[in-house]
Structure formats: C-alpha cells, structure tokens
Design a protein around this ligand. Structure first.
Ligand code: ADP
Ligand code: ADP
Length: 215
C-alpha cells in the first residue's frame, strides 16, 4: 500500500538547519494498523505529514501503490489527498461556523455520495442527535468523533491519525480508538502517531522514532 524509501526532512530554524527525519524507510501493508511512537520532537508528525502529501521530503520517496506521491500531477495529487488518505489531528480542526453535519458534508467527494451515509456514520459514532450542533457546543470526545467521521466519509484507503487522543480523557480515548480499530478491521489501513503507550494496544505493527531516526 505504502512504501517509504529513505526519506529525510530538514527544517530551517532561523539560520540553522535542523534534521527532523533522517533516512527513514518503512513499508505499510493494506491490513496494517501501524503505530509510530517516540518522544516529542522525534519526527512523528513530520513523517505523517510526508505520507499525507502535505510537505515535500528533501530526499527519498513516498510511494502509494507504487506511485511517487511527490511526482504526481496536480489531478492525481488532489485525488490522493482527498480520496486516498484521510486525516485526524490532535486539535480537531473543525470549521467553527459549520454544524457537525456540514463539517462532514463538505469533506464528502462526489463519487462516494450516498443517501443517508453521513447519518449512518453519525449514528455509529453516537453523534446523530448532535448533527445540527456547532463545534463549540460539543465535548472534546464528540468533536474528535466528528473529525473522525469527516476523515472517513469519502472512504479513504489510509487513515492518518496524529495524536488523535491527545486531548481526550481515557474513556473518550477508548471509544475513539475502538472506532479507528473498526475502520482497520473493515479493510482500511491506519497510520497512527502517538506518544501514549496504550494506543499501541490497537496496532498490528509498531515502529519507534528517536531524533528523526527509526530505531
Ligand atoms: P513529533 O511529532 O515527534 O513531536 P515533529 O515531527 O512535530 O515531532 O517535529 C520534529 C522536530 O522538527 C521538532 O524539533 C520540531 O520542533 C521541528 N519542526 C517541526 N515542524 C517544523 C517546521 N515547520 N519548521 C521548523 N521546525 C519544525
Ligand atoms: P502537535 O503535533 O502537538 O499538534 P505541531 O505539529 O503543531 O504540534 O508541532 C510539533 C512541533 O513542531 C512543536 O514542537 C512545534 O513547536 C514545532 N513546529 C511546528 N511548526 C513549526 C514552525 N513553523 N516553526 C518551528 N517549529 C514548528
């Protein structure tokens, strides 16, 4: 599904160069739930953003089904970001002036539009009674489940989750992780970045980063 070959990423911090990732390689199979663990600042988010097509690597390749994500034409790249991958972030990133339903609706792609699909997913995630509420009226657990539904509404092949439980209490973490696990069991690939050891209980594979290197 994904092949990451010797990727490196260097950031400029003022005038200094800082190597956030160095020569990292990994392979992700379709059935994988891969957890990327490591201390804060070890390059986990950078790796996830590289896989998501959000930042260009300085060297190396990210291959999705054999296609280099950073050599795609704009149409393919757009398709990759909107259909092949879905993102869940620590900080929800819901649009504040849209309701739960509208936040999800705008992420839906034409080809996947099916009547009642949003409602069915809202029901599964215990959000249906909240569909007309605004993000500010939701608990953190409800916000993150809304972000999760938004991420999977277009049936992406890969779910990229960046510290998704970072702002949740243990109970809401468990509910969210169970939903992510079900996405995986239903055939979706999961890449999860976390520094919370419990989240690795759901993973089928674990890799550790330290100072930008895979250890
Ligand atoms: P993690 O997710 O493991 O906490 P990150 O990938 O977020 O690690 O960050 C790795 C390192 O790169 C950190 O030292 C961070 O400060 C730095 N970094 C991340 N993004 C940027 C950026 N856009 N510009 C400069 N430095 C960055
Ligand atoms: P989180 O993963 O908690 O949402 P971020 O991804 O925003 O956090 O940032 C991760 C790390 O990268 C932090 O240490 C942050 O200070 C650093 N960072 C992010 N963007 C930049 C940037 N543009 N310049 C410098 N450091 C950055």
């Amino acid at each position: 599904m994904l092949k990451i070959n010797n990727v490196s990423k260097i950031y400029l911090k003022g005038k200094d160069k800082f190597t956030a990732l160095q020569d990292v390689s990994l392979e992700v199979e379709k059935s994988d739930f891969l957890a990327v663990v490591g201390p804060s600042g070890s390059g986990k988010s950078t790796l996830l953003h590289l896989v998501g097509g959000l930042i260009q690597p300085d060297s190396g390749q990210v291959l999705f089904r054999g296609n280099d994500v950073y050599k795609m034409n704009s149409k393919e790249a757009n398709r990759y970001r909107t259909k092949n991958v879905g993102f869940v972030f620590q900080q929800f990133h819901l649009i504040p002036y849209l309701t739960v339903y509208e936040n999800i609706k705008i992420a839906e792609t034409e080809s996947e539009r099916k009547n009642g699909k949003i409602e069915a997913l809202l029901e599964k995630c215990a959000l249906l009674p909240l569909k007309n509420k605004y993000p500010s009226e939701l608990s953190v657990g409800e916000k993150q489940r809304t972000a999760f539904v938004r991420a999977i509404i277009s049936e992406p092949e890969i779910l990229l989750a960046d510290e998704p439980t970072g702002n949740l209490d243990p109970e809401n973490s468990k509910i969210l992780m169970t939903l992510i696990k079900e996405f995986n069991e239903d055939g979706g690939t999961v890449l999860l970045v976390s520094h919370e050891p419990e989240t690795t209980n759901y993973a089928t594979k674990i890799i550790t980063l330290r100072s930008g290197k895979r250890v």
